[in-house]
Design a protein around this ligand. Structure first.
Ligand SMILES: *[C@@H]1O[C@H](CO)[C@@H](O)[C@H](O)[C@H]1NC(C)=O
Ligand SMILES: *[C@@H]1O[C@H](CO)[C@@H](O)[C@H](O)[C@H]1NC(C)=O
Ligand SMILES: *[C@@H]1O[C@H](CO)[C@@H](O)[C@H](O)[C@H]1NC(C)=O
Ligand SMILES: *[C@@H]1O[C@H](CO)[C@@H](O)[C@H](O)[C@H]1NC(C)=O
Length: 493
């Protein structure tokens, strides 16, 4: 009788809260362990759910994330522990009155009653830390705060759960002591050991996605820690990738606005003090003296300039070209701005290079199409990219343009880009993204066809241009020879 009533209630409820009541009985969590790797712009969170099925054919496991956490989560993936292939995750709405959101994970094979599986949820949070104090002197330490929720919520009963907050330095200045957790532990609710603060173990936590549990037990915890690396934020990245069949070249140019999101500099910047401190290998960790980035192997003509022109204080070590090799070699570029970038400061620069097209292009004889891969971005370690725009400019006259993006973009559009030597204009495709992390450095694949006649058109355009230049030069020389002389003189000055 009770079962029947439950079934009816489920049917009635299902319109508003799909299958929630049914699924909360399907599993229990033997253990949940959440590990938070505290960083600057990026915080990596790994949550392992040791799951046991209570029903036969249990195949959809629900993960619940609090709203404020979802808001700062820029990347998310669920895998079976030890497996490479991520599982399918679908958003399944917000449980009524809970301020949280459900994600349904589809298991590859349903579990039998008593069957177990370990699921690993990996997320990257962006903009989740903030500098505290908000201002710091040139040689002061930098410390940050991070806030999260005490309990990992779950629609299922949990036998034991704990949360570990790991800092890169043992200098943890403060952390919240939680209240009202006597129902779940008789020991100390929080412990610090070295650079790790552990909340829990908390035992026998009931289904926690309901309003009653959240109002009674859920609470914010805040950790204040010294962070010894700069907090780097790329406010804007504009990447232009230009594919040229004629020169067999892929040119990539990044226009970047970098921001030091650490504490704002208190007082003025003193170069003398900076040089003295760096001589003794001391000084504030919140200034950015240089950036090291990994560029593709086999690149040529690398350039780096800022608003004042070329920056010569940079080093590039080029790795040999990797055509047709599953080789992870890369060139290493060290960018050294003219002055260290202090907290709160911006720095705009342009970095570009040429690469052999053959390293990232292939031709599919079956379809007659070229396929070129262009990475969404080049990682600046530890940095978030707030806004990114990636424009891929295809060879002139390219048709049947198609693409595969590694993750959905906010928008993409196809347009035509006309450069000096073009006769038809070059199709280009633009992708826009927000809040990219180190997990987003994957390639966009673009495929297109280039008719043979188009290959010929460009040399012809070049020939025509050269011819008219020659004609112009001849006419100019005949008309006035002094033009050349004045030009030479002004160049020397
Ligand atoms: C990017 O992150 C910021 C800060 O967390 C947030 O305000 C913004 O909504 C995010 N943008 C997107 C598209 O997720
Ligand atoms: C998410 O980002 C916003 C804005 O940057 C911030 O106010 C909020 O505290 C962050 N949430 C968490 C859980 O850190
Ligand atoms: C910058 O350097 C490149 C090559 O080293 C050179 O071609 C270019 O003219 C320079 N630009 C300026 C503004 O000095
Ligand atoms: C840095 O750039 C952003 C956006 O371009 C701007 O809003 C901000 O005011 C700049 N900050 C400084 C200190 O110039």
């Amino acid at each position: 009788m009770l079962r029947l009533w439950n079934a009816i209630a489920c049917v009635l409820l299902s319109a508003a809260v799909p299958a929630l009541s049914a699924s909360s009985q399907s599993f229990e969590n033997s253990a949940i362990v959440r590990t938070v790797d505290l960083g600057g712009s990026l915080v990596h969170v790994t949550t392992t759910f040791a799951v046991k099925a209570l029903e036969a054919d249990a195949s959809v496991y629900t993960i619940t994330l609090p709203e404020d956490e979802i808001f700062n989560t820029s990347w998310l993936e669920v895998k079976v522990k030890g497996k490479q292939q991520p599982l399918t995750v679908t958003y399944s709405g917000a449980p009524a009155g809970s301020n949280s959101h459900n994600l349904d994970v589809s298991l590859e094979t349903p579990l039998e009653v008593g069957g177990t599986i370990n699921l690993v949820l990996e997320t990257v949070q962006t903009h989740a830390t903030w500098p505290w104090p908000q201002q710091a002197g040139q040689n002061d330490d930098q410390s940050l705060k991070y806030q999260t929720s005490l309990f990992v919520l779950s629609p299922y009963k949990t036998n034991v759960q704990r949360t570990k907050l790991k800092s890169s330095s043992p200098r943890i200045l403060s952390y919240t002591t939680p209240e009202k957790v006597d129902d779940f532990t008789l020991e100390s609710p929080v412990t610090k050991s070295g650079a790790t603060v552990t909340y829990g173990p908390y035992n026998n936590v009931p289904s926690s996605t309901n309003k009653a549990f959240i109002e009674k037990y859920q609470q914010h915890i805040v950790l204040h820690y010294v962070y010894e690396y700069p907090v780097i934020e790329v406010l804007d990245l504009k990447r232009t990738a230009e594919i040229s069949h004629w020169g067999a070249n892929l040119n990539i140019q990044d226009d970047i606005v970098l921001h030091n999101a650490g504490p704002k500099l208190k007082g003025h910047f003193s170069r003398l003090e900076h040089q003295t401190q760096s001589f003794y290998n001391r000084g504030g960790s919140h200034l950015i003296p240089r950036l090291t980035v990994h560029l593709p192997a086999g690149i040529r003509n690398a350039y780096y300039y800022d608003l004042n022109g070329n920056v010569s204080t940079s080093h590039l070590r080029v790795a040999p070209s990797v055509r047709n090799q599953k080789n992870t070699q890369h060139s290493v570029m060290e960018l050294q701005p003219r002055y260290p970038i202090m907290g709160g400061w911006n720095y705009s620069y342009t970095l570009g290079w040429d690469a052999p097209l053959g390293d990232s292009a292939s031709y599919d004889a079956k379809t007659g199409k070229y396929i070129v891969s262009v990475p969404v971005m080049t990682e600046i370690p530890g940095s978030v990219v707030d806004r990114a725009e990636i424009q891929i400019i295809l060879p002139e006259g390219a048709t049947d343009v198609d693409y595969v993006a590694p993750f959905p973009s906010l928008s993409n559009e196809l347009s035509t880009h006309v450069t000096y030597l073009d006769t038809l204009g070059r199709p280009s495709i633009t992708f826009k993204y927000k809040n990219l992390t180190n997990k987003h450095t994957k390639p966009i694949y673009v495929s297109y066809r280039v008719p043979l006649s188009v290959h010929l058109r460009k040399p012809m355009a070049v020939a025509t241009v050269l011819l008219s230049l020659f004609t112009f030069a001849m006419v100019a020389r005949r008309v006035d020879l002094t033009i050349h002389k004045t030009k030479t003189v002004s160049k020397k000055m």
